[in-house]
Design a protein around this ligand. Structure first.
Ligand code: ARG
Length: 310
């Protein structure tokens, strides 16, 4: 009985596979062919050409303590080259005169796949940034979605994925109801936590997911309920001391196993090293004068490391 053509191709394919495996022993395993290609991490930043302390909308800001513009530029470039050296592709938003906080791109939106849920800032001083973020995101292939209604929401500054869950902070900037709307728009579980210390007015100043199930946090920024839900939902929850939280230890940029922070966080860095991370520090104190640091100066466009959808 003659074999069907389908059987014949199977036999050929089998033979080819066999030959490939034999050659493979000589040239090594075809790992480059088999390993899935990892997409390049992609971050949005905005140069600090017009950065300064022109108003006071959080306890860190004091117009009498001005930022040194030249030093801010050096520090921002230091952060940029550090991120570049760990393999990040950086896109730039053009700075705009009169919008000193546009450097804090974390507040532009919350990114979820191709969707960008746009920020609506609580303070009028920052509301002028909204159209610039929207225009950049829309021009760069994102579906830019405003929140319905009049609620305040300050983007990735107040909403961070750890696994499939969106952890969010409310009170000083974002509204609790806005966070629920974000969850409904994205179809994901949201855990809103009240922030109780004005120095930690955005969630990204006191909580940083490292990977699914693992995060650092400053306990003093949350009430008992917040600490309890964090402990319940994040199995490896690493506390940061008050001293280091004040240096914005939790405001870290995580890229794979690399974790980038401001200087002044040696205990956190030792802890991270012990857990297999590679911490890096770079001075960012000019931005701390505005109440921001490494994470605030970045918006991850392809999903945080810890995000389940990544
Ligand atoms: N001066 C800015 C503000 O008060 C700082 C924003 C920091 N951004 C952040 N994601 N924590 O809004």
């Amino acid at each position: 009985m003659s074999q069907s053509p389908a059987r014949e191709t199977d036999r050929l394919r089998e033979g080819f596979r066999d030959i490939w495996h034999r050659i493979g022993f000589w040239i090594g395993p075809p790992s480059a062919l088999e390993a899935p290609l990892k997409p390049t991490p992609h971050i949005l930043m905005c140069p600090p050409d017009y950065f300064g302390i022109e108003y006071e909308i959080n306890p860190w800001m004091n117009r009498a303590r001005q930022a040194d513009r030249a030093e801010a530029v050096r520090q921002w470039q230091g952060l940029r080259s550090l991120l570049d050296s760990v393999g990040v592709r950086i896109s730039l938003l053009e700075p705009v005169p009169g919008l000193p906080d546009l450097v804090f791109t974390a507040n532009a939106a919350l990114i979820f796949k191709q969707k960008a849920i746009l920020a609506r800032f609580r303070y009028s001083q920052r509301q002028g940034e909204e159209p610039y973020y929207e225009a950049w995101l829309a021009a760069n292939g994102f579906c830019a979605l405003p929140l319905p209604g009049e609620l305040y929401f300050e983007g990735a500054g107040d909403a961070l994925f750890c696994g499939e869950t969106l952890f969010s902070g409310y009170r000083f900037r974002s509204d609790a109801r806005a966070l629920q709307q974000v969850g409904a728009m994205l179809g994901c579980r949201v855990i809103p936590m009240e922030l109780v210390d004005g120095y930690y007015y955005h969630l990204d100043t006191c909580f940083c997911p490292l990977a699914a199930g693992e995060a650092i946090y400053f306990p003093g920024a949350f009430d008992e309920y917040g600490r309890k839900v964090l402990a319940e939902h994040v199995p490896r929850l690493l506390p940061v001391s008050e001293n280091e939280a004040r240096c914005f230890a939790c405001n870290a940029v995580v890229v794979g196993r690399h974790v980038v922070t401001n200087t002044g966080c040696p205990q956190l860095h030792a802890l991270l090293r012990g857990r297999g991370y590679e911490p890096h520090e770079t001075p960012l104190d000019e931005f701390v004068k505005a109440g921001g640091s490494a994470k605030c100066l970045t918006l991850r466009l392809d999903g945080e490391e810890s995000a389940g959808w990544k």
